[in-house]
Write a protein that binds this ligand. Structure first.
Ligand code: ATP
Ligand code: MG
Length: 562
């Protein structure tokens, strides 16, 4: 492709509003442009990457026996009503005004619709059906560029089985195919199960990558692969050891001391001697939550413990319930239910608020002084705690979902009555799985993981082009002749070349564009080196540059692209 005749609108400046690295680079490299919030147009260079990703996905899906479909995005709403998902998707679903249609955010319903019309007997099972197709979701906060779009490309696959063992096999195929796809794309990923994962193996797994653009916080152990959303993650963090002698309770004046840090500084104690209190309202009643030191409450875990929705007590409620403001609350004298985190189990010699502003109490022995106290795990795990499985260091970071494999079971076949006759002539619901990959997310995450201060750094597999050929002075006939010859010869051997044949662009401008676009190998042709029969080659990733004789160029380029 010749840059002089192509639309590759590169930008020198970081565009307004773009904060995530991949988004900035995709805009700067002229790969995408925003049409409207969360809606992006792919321009020619960017679209080449999308095609390479979809080709890899296609190959791996076909390798496990997947059959490619292409379903309509415009769906009759009544089909979506069969599963009640018009309601459950709520505002995410785009409705089409002039008729009763919706724009599909996923395709379980439509695939199930086809399955129920054709898969009538166990003899027609199993099946793996997939497609690579546009989805529509009215995401509340579309940001981070194509990572969270309102229209995006998804590979979605659906499996149909007669038995639960069959579903396990189909799920296993997808697990393997997904690993191959992400490995081939050179992505560093990890797999998060839907349970806390200590034992591994669940009915649903998410393939995630570490990213500042992510909305999920996960705890991950590089050593053994333990990975869990912090909402359920656990660690081997130690509790507070019970000391042999319990001191007496003592009230201490602590003027203006509000936080655990202030309390520690004021009393010259360590945070592991403090019990921090929080009050939540559950089912109309106040519950006091105790945490060790600066631990934080994980509200999702706490809701599970309590069995329903909770909310923090408002400041005025706090005063009414405890007699004190947030920084001075504690278990002594609190009359409602008290639940302490497991790290505090049977601890003694603790400091906590006195339920009286500007006072704390020391010498608290939870076993002795707090009747009916309960202990549960509801803390948020932190980086550098020990992994629950192997004891190595945990890391806590935000991440983004690349793909999802899910054992649906009979959820959709039950509600949509997709039934088959088994060997005994008995009617059963088809057992299903669904499996998704976000195509643009694969691209954006690759860029997140492969860039430097100059731009993107592509590997041959996903690079829009293999070679960036730069003619330094395209007014000189010898440069024109040499670059045309190189371009034609490389192209003939199947190597994809982006040819910077622009006449008016300065050398520095061309170099910057080449580094920004990030093709793996640059071939730089100038009149000075041509005099010695040479051109310069630059490896984008390492920055290494060397001269190559014109006669050896094709061979050298092939060698570099292996
Ligand atoms: P998220 O939690 O990030 O919103 P999701 O759980 O809604 O993802 P699924 O419904 O499982 O995602 O969709 C399958 C895949 O489609 C995801 O793993 C992701 O790669 C991609 N995807 C989902 N929503 C978007 C979006 N708004 N923009 C781009 N890709 C998306
Ligand atoms: Mg979503």
């Amino acid at each position: 492709m010749r840059l002089s005749k192509s639309f590759v609108p590169t930008l020198k400046e970081v565009p307004n509003d773009a904060v995530v690295k991949s988004h900035i680079l995709m805009l700067r490299a002229g790969m995408v442009r925003m049409l409207s919030a969360g809606i992006y147009s792919f321009l020619p260079v960017g679209y080449r990457v999308i095609r390479k990703i979809t080709e890899i996905i296609r190959e791996e899906m076909n390798a496990i026996g997947g059959q490619e479909f292409h379903l309509p995005a415009l769906n009759p709403r009544e089909i979506w009503e069969e599963t009640n998902r018009v309601e459950s998707f709520g505002d995410i679903l785009f409705h089409v005004k002039n008729r009763d249609y919706v724009l599909a955010p996923t395709h379980e319903e439509i695939m199930t619709y086809h399955a129920r019309n054709v898969l009538k007997s166990y003899k027609e099972l199993p099946q793996i059906w997939y497609q690579i197709q546009t989805k529509f979701r009215n995401e509340a906060r579309p940001r981070s560029g194509v990572i969270r779009g309102r229209q995006f490309l998804m590979k979605d696959a659906y499996t149909f089985d007669a038995t639960w063992e069959g579903l396990d096999i189909a799920y296993g195929y997808h697990d393997k195919a997904y690993r191959k796809i992400f490995d081939r794309c050179d992505l560093k990923y990890f797999v998060v199960g839907a349970s806390s994962g200590a034992m591994g193996g669940t009915g649903s797994e998410e393939f995630m990558v570490k990213s500042d653009a992510g909305e999920d916080t996960v705890a991950y152990c590089e050593h053994c692969g333990y990975a869990a959303n912090v909402e359920i993650a656990v660690s081997k963090v130690q509790g507070k050891k019970r000391e042999s002698k319990s001191e007496d309770l003592k009230e201490i004046s602590t003027p203006n001391v509000k936080s655990i840090d202030e309390l520690c500084a004021f009393l010259k104690i360590d945070e592991t001697q403090c019990a921090k209190s929080r009050v939540y309202i559950y089912d109309g009643k106040a519950v006091l939550i105790l945490m060790l030191g600066n631990d934080e409450v994980n509200e999702t875990k706490l809701e599970k413990v309590l069995g329903g929705t909770i909310r923090p007590a408002h400041p005025d409620e706090l005063k009414e319930i405890t007699g004190a403001d947030a920084g001075s609350i504690g278990p002594i004298g609190f009359t409602g239910r008290i639940i302490a985190d497991l790290r505090l189990k049977e601890s003694n010699n603790l400091y906590s608020g006195a339920n009286k502003n500007d006072f704390h109490i020391g010498g608290i022995d939870l076993s002795r002084d707090v009747k009916n106290i309960e202990y549960e795990d509801f803390r948020i795990v932190k980086s550098n705690e020990n992994c629950i499985r192997c004891g190595s260091n945990l890391e806590v970071f935000t991440s983004i979902e690349l793909g999802h494999i899910f054992k649906l079971g009979t959820k959709y076949s039950d509600s949509m009555k997709a039934m088959f006759l088994d060997e005994n002539g008995k009617e059963n619901p088809i057992i299903m799985g669904s499996y998704g990959i976000g195509v643009e997310r694969v691209m954006a995450c690759y860029i997140e993981q492969h860039n430097d201060e100059r731009g993107m750094v592509w590997d041959k597999t996903l690079a829009p082009f293999h070679i960036h050929l730069i003619g330094l002075n395209m007014r000189k006939q010898e440069v024109i002749d040499a670059t045309e010859k190189i371009y034609n010869e490389l192209t003939k051997t199947g190597i994809e070349v982006l040819f910077d044949d622009r006449v008016d662009a300065q050398a520095g401008f061309k170099f910057n564009d080449a580094d920004l676009l990030g093709m793996p190998v640059q071939v730089i042709v100038g009149d000075k080196k041509l005099k010695d029969g040479k051109v310069e080659v630059k490896i984008r990733k390492s920055g290494e540059r060397f001269d190559v004789a014109l006669n050896d160029l094709i061979g050298k380029v092939k060698e570099l692209l292996v």
